[in-house]
Design a binder for this molecule. Structure first.
Ligand SMILES: O=c1[nH]c(=O)n([C@H]2C[C@H](O)[C@@H](COP(=O)(O)O)O2)cc1CO
Length: 175
């Protein structure tokens, strides 16, 4: 992917809202990679859920930011899910919450990218891999060094599909 393409996306797609999903109560072993993913996603738009990558948020945290109860967490996240234009989920650490968010995202017709680091002891659910749907739901097996190209590809297609009439990203406005 040419370098200028990434730069173009960075400067033009600032209205894009991305919902990032990652395991919280199901285990925080991947929190550092969540942090690097959220940082990378910041190039393409606003990440609505940066708290998912907060290393201070643990499996046992009693509170999560301003949300003090499970009901508050759920209501806030469902509203952010409605608000987002795209969902990016790191699915290597299996999580009920992430699976739930993905299901709700599919029902809302959101465009979804799942990221999975293949490992025999954490085999990806068929309900994620099997949900593949052209232009709406895709799962990528990845190594960390692959992420910039995966994101460029995902967000480039995203923009093109929303603006079938124009490839001029300067005029891009998320719907
Ligand atoms: O405190 C929380 N805050 C929060 O936003 N979530 C959402 C965002 C994550 O993508 C997902 C993680 O679910 P789980 O905790 O079941 O692993 O659920 C989940 C929790 C805890 O379940």
């Amino acid at each position: 992917m040419p370098f200028f393409l990434s730069e173009e996306i960075i400067t033009m797609a600032t209205g894009l809202k991305v919902y990032f999903c990652g395991s919280i109560r199901a285990g925080r072993g991947d929190v550092e990679i969540y942090g690097r993913i959220v940082e990378m996603l910041g190039k393409y738009g606003t990440v609505l859920t940066p708290f998912v990558a907060d290393p201070n948020l643990t499996v046992h945290s009693a509170e999560e930011g301003k949300a003090k109860t499970d009901k508050e967490i759920y209501d806030r996240d469902m509203s952010l899910l409605e608000e987002c234009h795209a969902i990016v989920a790191e699915v290597t650490q299996p999580s009920l919450g992430v699976g739930f968010e993905l299901g709700r995202g599919v029902a809302m017709n959101k465009k979804i990218l799942c990221l999975y680091r293949p490992q025999p002891e954490k085999r990806l659910s068929a309900m994620v891999r099997g949900a593949e749907k052209d232009g709406f739901f895709t799962t990528k097996d990845y190594k960390e060094e692959d992420l910039p190209a995966i994101f460029d590809d995902f967000f480039q297609n995203f923009l093109r599909r929303d603006r079938k009439d124009s490839l001029d990203w300067k005029s891009y406005e998320p719907m």
